[in-house]
Design a protein around this ligand. Structure first.
Ligand code: GLP
Length: 260
């Protein structure tokens, strides 16, 4: 796991955007896994800027969102479908048919989950998965006790997650990619900003692998980059070592740091 601590979320997001843009330029048909929430907003803003000012082309990009509330329509003001379109997709030239969000209003949720898994496979799997981390240490909506082998399914949201999403009129269940689904992505980029994430981050990176902190499952993946700001990284024990790893990575694999 590569842990890159930048002074501010803005710097981390610029770095993340360079990493994502490099993949988009390199792969003929890149497949991105997208997250909603506040953490990736700066990354999406920078990708939109690159599209507008530098011609970054999304016409061959396919995207799969991690999760969606279950029981609301796409045009609901709090749907992740709406969020990802407003904050990112609608400002790029991605083709409508290539962007996927789990269907939060399908009456048969099991069928919709299976179809989502199949669509990811049919696209050739996810090349790069963007992740945030919830206060309970979750990725997607894989709340504590989510099986590390789980696939896309319905999950009950924890009280903390409902509180953090600051809305009582959101559903308390969601469709989310499972941990097993997420771990199949070829590369992970996890973003963590602010002191509210410090406890979850130290557990995910330095704690034991446990379904109580689903982000800790990333320790099983060979290609994870964590981009954190100083506040989120405050509790990490081996910061000095992570800094030295970053220095060596800059020398030997600069593309992993968004340096080329
Ligand atoms: C929600 C989402 C996660 C997201 C997390 C953190 O629970 N399901 O995918 O990563 O919140 O959100 P934020 O980035 O707003 O802190």
């Amino acid at each position: 796991m590569l842990i890159v601590i930048d002074q501010t979320p803005e710097r981390s997001c610029l770095r993340a955007a360079k990493i994502v843009a490099a993949l988009i330029k390199k792969k003929p048909w890149p497949v991105l896994g997208l997250a909603t929430g506040k953490s990736p907003l700066g990354l999406y803003r920078e990708l939109i800027r690159m599209h507008r000012e530098e011609g970054l082309d999304f016409s061959r990009v396919t995207t799969f969102n991690l999760d969606e509330y279950y029981g609301i329509a796409n045009d609901h003001p709090h749907s992740f479908f709406r969020q990802i379109h407003q904050e990112f997709l609608d400002h790029t030239n991605i083709r409508k048919e290539n962007s996927h969000v789990p269907n939060g209003s399908a009456p048969d949720f099991e069928k919709t989950c299976q179809e989502y898994e199949k669509a990811i496979l049919d696209a050739g799997g996810i090349d790069l998965q963007i992740l945030g981390i919830g206060r309970t240490g979750h990725i997607g909506f894989n709340e504590p006790t989510s099986s590390l082998a789980s696939r896309t399914r319905l999950k009950t949201l924890s009280n903390e997650t409902i509180e953090d999403n600051r809305n009582n009129d959101i559903p308390t269940v969601a469709v989310t990619m499972g941990i097993g689904t997420i771990l199949e992505a070829r590369q992970m980029l996890m973003l963590a900003f602010g002191d509210a994430k410090a406890e979850a981050l130290v557990k995910a990176i330095e704690g034991p692998i446990t379904s109580s902190v689903s982000a800790s499952a990333l320790q099983l993946h060979p290609n994870v980059t964590v981009l954190a700001d100083e506040a989120a990284a405050a509790n990490l024990t081996h910061r000095d070592y992570y800094g030295r790893v970053v220095e060596q990575t800059a020398k030997y694999s600069p593309e992993r740091l968004g340096l080329i």
